[in-house]
Design a protein around this ligand. Structure first.
Ligand SMILES: [Cu+2]
Length: 390
């Protein structure tokens, strides 16, 4: 409501200023020698100089932005391929900055040089093959180089060696959270289908598949340092995107198909917390939080907890109302800590069986026949059918 009022006030203010300038123009009618709408040399000179003003604004804002916000970019990638990815981005940025610095200067300089002048006529200039060849061939070479380098980097990142010892983990996206499934000792994920989702089997794992028997589902993603992880990605409902910025990894999760991405984590969560740049970033965040806490305390409200760094899996596709909060904590452990963590987790098969047993126990009294009578086979059969269908 407040923003609507602000917008209305701003619109009314602009109308008022516009009307005032018209009144001012009317008061000047008698004084002006030239009241035509055709630009004079003086007007064109002003426009020409304004071109340089705009050019200066572009350069100053770019440099200011880099100095003020440049430190906000993520540093030190936490995956093996991360530095290749960062190099590709830095080279692309360097080329873009270099080319834009030159072309913008030329564009604005020529706009100034060939500004309108009284009596000037346009020169008819058909073409110049040499000039056209130069301005075509240079971008062709630069872009082809960049594209080839990009393809080479992408292929390297996406390549998963069949013989390499990778750990298969599934990430299951749904509105609005994530689940992870570890493939267990056989390192093969059991089949899964959205139609099989029922009760505790929240990922729709096919419990008749032998490969599914040792699968483990978790709501926190733990990864062992130094081991290549092959992520298999699925979605339960709409398009999501698994985004792990610190590992420079992102892949869409598409309903009805399995996508994949692999990377090797190279720093544990603890190591990343001690990284110089990360320490700096965390202390900046905590300074902001401390300031906010002081403000909240003044209003008698509880303050904010200090921030501690954690890797995150985020959703990077706008998938609905709570998309902004669709995240899962990632912990990179040492291989030993990872094994200890995983050991404590029960399999999905066990959870499903326990659930079945609990439900069967609840239904059991119904199926117990009265001792004196002949066993009522229809009731037993119905109870069995109920258990089977679960
Ligand atoms: Cu999402």
């Amino acid at each position: 409501m407040t923003s609507l009022l602000v917008i209305i006030v701003l619109v009314l203010l602009s109308v008022a200023i516009w009307q005032m300038t018209k009144i001012f123009d009317l008061t000047q009618v008698g004084n002006k020698k030239d009241n035509s709408q055709v630009a004079t040399d003086n007007d064109n000179n002003i426009q020409g100089y304004l071109m340089f003003g705009f050019l200066a604004f572009l350069y100053i804002f770019t440099i200011f932005g880099l100095l003020k916000w440049g430190h906000l970019v993520l540093s030190n990638p936490a995956s093996e391929h991360g530095s290749d990815y960062d190099n590709l981005m830095m080279i692309s940025f360097a080329i873009i900055f270099f080319v834009q610095a030159i072309t913008q200067a030329l564009l604005h300089y020529f706009a100034y040089k060939y500004r309108g002048k009284q009596g000037n006529t346009a020169l008819y200039f058909a073409d110049n093959d040499k000039l056209e060849f130069i301005w075509t061939i240079i971008p062709v070479i630069v872009l082809a180089g960049l594209i080839l380098y990009g393809l080479y980097t992408w292929t390297n990142i996406m390549f998963v060696d069949e013989d390499e010892d990778v750990m298969v983990v599934e990430l299951y996206a749904k509105q609005f959270n994530w689940e992870a499934r570890y493939s267990g000792a056989d390192n093969v994920l059991g089949k899964a289908n959205v139609r099989l989702i029922e009760g505790v089997n929240t990922m729709g794992v096919d419990m008749t598949d032998p490969n599914a028997q040792d699968d483990i589902s978790t709501t926190e993603l733990h990864l062992p340092k130094g081991k290549k992880i092959l992520f298999k990605l699925r979605s339960q409902d709409v398009l999501h995107s698994a985004y792990m910025p610190h590992f420079r990894a992102q892949m869409n999760c598409v309903p009805g198909m399995v996508t994949q991405f692999a990377f090797k984590p190279i720093y544990t969560t603890d190591e990343m917390r001690q990284d110089e740049k990360m320490v700096e970033k965390v202390s900046t965040i905590n300074k902001i939080r401390a300031k906010k806490t002081a403000e909240l305390a003044a209003q008698g409200k509880p303050g904010l907890d200090p921030y501690t760094f954690d890797y995150l899996l985020l959703c990077n596709k706008i998938c609905g109302a709570s998309h902004y909060n669709m995240q899962m904590k990632i912990v990179v452990d040492t291989p030993q800590d990872f094994q200890n963590w995983l050991k404590g987790k029960g399999t999905i098969a066990k959870a499903v069986n326990d659930d079945k047993a609990a439900k069967a126990a609840q239904n059991a009294p119904v199926s117990v026949p009265a001792p004196a009578k002949k066993p009522d086979t229809t009731v037993v059969a119905t109870a069995e059918a109920t258990v089977v269908s679960k």
